[in-house]
Design a protein around this ligand. Structure first.
Ligand code: SDX
Length: 429
């Protein structure tokens, strides 16, 4: 919808730029014709004031701490639904009926196996390779196996590729974990739900029966829901940009995994837990708070702060509740890491520096404590984030492909390098 115009004066030039309104959230100023009419680019490294696309999938209100998926609050989805229901909602735009849910669950369940030759990829990696390195490699390699779902112009192939990604990520993630610890791969079991299947593929061993703990399975499923999608974050923007060139979905998801790995993004859950372990005891918290505030110290309080949330990350609240449930179920209520985390949160939320900069705990602050208690090594934390975020990446990728305004993403720059100059022969330098 275009209601009004923004007026820009640049030297002698004056341009009217259309202002578009969304359903909710900030208006956007359409600058598509800016360069043509003024010869100038906009400049916004980090995209703090830039909307890269139009989307109907996820809405975040950072000031209010609101997160909606297709209009449904994350708190309600996490409380009442399961992860595959959220997957269906993100992909198709509506909550499924009972019949649609049954069919979707069946289709995902019956795509969980990977090509047997995939297992040979793992043997090429060192056992101590970071599982995220393995994920980038193996997920990218999926396009070498599934030639029948890489034609992005075919809606059917796009949907098959989407289902394959959602279904196979737990299997590949579990294989990365098993390879890392030197245990045999465990095949998926079709009579288990998505989260239970994943826990079994990670923690079952051939020597004995593995019984899924329903409290842990529910917690795992809820953690997947909390990580499913998050508007145009760095890794989603990476997937969109890679997809805009026409690259196949498996390669685009591999690019998203690579971007998520960074400690400023999905790698923060691993970094946050390592930070809590480094702090060790509550009496050392002031030392780390001081370092986080010291401009000359690159240290940051991992799991705190967010580009969009200038209030408490709604996912972090649900994550904290899940942490308490898991630790109680496992009898770890006196987990020292939780004590440090809760004391750190209490101090940080009353510290003027964090209040002034609106730095609140984000989803990565509590997730690590939960995952460690469930038996995952810290190196697997971002793998679990990638597993859950695959549906968000895929839904955003599909929306981008189906967007009639879609063109290859090709930003420009502010050039501050050398002006044109002639080559100087070596003898004259
Ligand atoms: C995720 O985008 C998404 O939606 C991401 C995500 C998703 O679901 O996809 O939500 C997942 O990535 C969550 C964020 C996980 N990252 C961390 O927890 C790492 C620690 N946080 C920071 O690195 C930082 O807060 C970012 C990267 C999350 C946000 O960085 P911004 O928006 O670029 O903000 P900034 O770095 O400019 O910080 C603003 C100010 C700075 O001080 P000044 O330069 O203004 O003096 O706040 C300070 C920063 O120094 N600051 C922190 C801090 N985070 C920001 N100071 C101490 N500790 C911190 N954690």
């Amino acid at each position: 919808m275009t209601d009004t115009n923004a007026h820009l004066g640049l030297g002698e030039k004056k341009v009217d730029l259309p202002v578009r309104k969304g359903t909710i959230g900030p208006d956007v100023i359409d600058i598509g014709a800016l360069y043509k009419n003024t010869g100038a680019f906009t400049y916004d490294p980090g995209f703090t004031s830039t909307a890269s696309c139009e989307s109907k999938i996820t809405f975040i209100d950072g000031d209010e701490g609101v997160l909606l998926h297709r209009g449904y609050p994350i708190e309600q989805l996490a409380e009442h639904g399961d992860f595959l229901e959220t997957c269906y909602l993100l992909l198709y735009g509506e909550l499924p009926t009972a019949a649609q849910k049954k069919d979707f669950d069946y289709r995902v369940t019956h795509h969980t196996m990977v090509h047997e030759q995939m297992s040979r990829f793992f043997t090429g990696f060192r056992r101590d390779a970071h599982p995220m390195a393995v994920m980038v490699g193996t997920v990218g390699a999926l396009s070498a196996f599934y030639h029948d779902s890489t034609d992005i112009t075919d809606p059917h192939q796009r949907m098959v590729a989407s289902l394959r990604m959602i279904a196979k990520m737990p299997t590949i993630a579990a294989m990365a974990y098993k390879y890392h610890i030197g245990q045999p791969f465990v095949y998926p079991q079709n009579d288990l739900d998505y989260a239970s299947n994943f826990l079994r593929m990670c923690f079952a061993v051939p020597c004995e029966e593995y019984k899924v703990n329903p409290v842990l399975a529910r917690a795992m499923d809820r953690i997947f829901i909390l990580h499913a999608d998050h508007e145009q974050n760095a890794s989603t923007s990476t997937v969109r940009l890679a997809g805009s060139s026409g690259a196949n979905p498996f390669a685009c998801i591999a690019a998203g995994i690579a971007c998520l790995w960074g400690p400023a993004h999905g790698g923060a859950n691993e970094a946050a837990l390592n930070m809590l372990m480094e702090i060790g005891t509550p009496d050392r918290i002031p030392e780390f708070i001081a370092r986080a505030k010291d401009k000359n110290d690159p240290f940051r309080l991992m799991g705190f702060g967010h580009r969009v949330y200038k209030n408490y990350d709604p996912r972090a609240k649900i994550m904290q509740k899940t942490t308490h449930e898991v630790l109680a179920e496992l009898g770890h209520t006196d987990d020292p890491l939780l004590q440090v985390a809760m004391e750190l949160e209490k101090i940080a939320l009353t510290d003027p520096y964090f209040i002034e900069k609106k730095l609140y705990p984000n989803i990565d602050f509590y997730s690590g404590i939960t995952l460690k208690a469930m038996g995952f090594p810290t190196t697997m934390f971002t793998v679990l984030f990638a597993l859950a975020r695959t549906v968000g990446w895929i839904a955003q990728w599909a929306e981008m492909i189906e967007d009639p305004q879609q063109r290859i993403g090709r930003p420009r720059q502010l050039y501050t390098g050398a002006p044109k100059r002639d080559y100087v022969p070596l003898s004259k330098r």
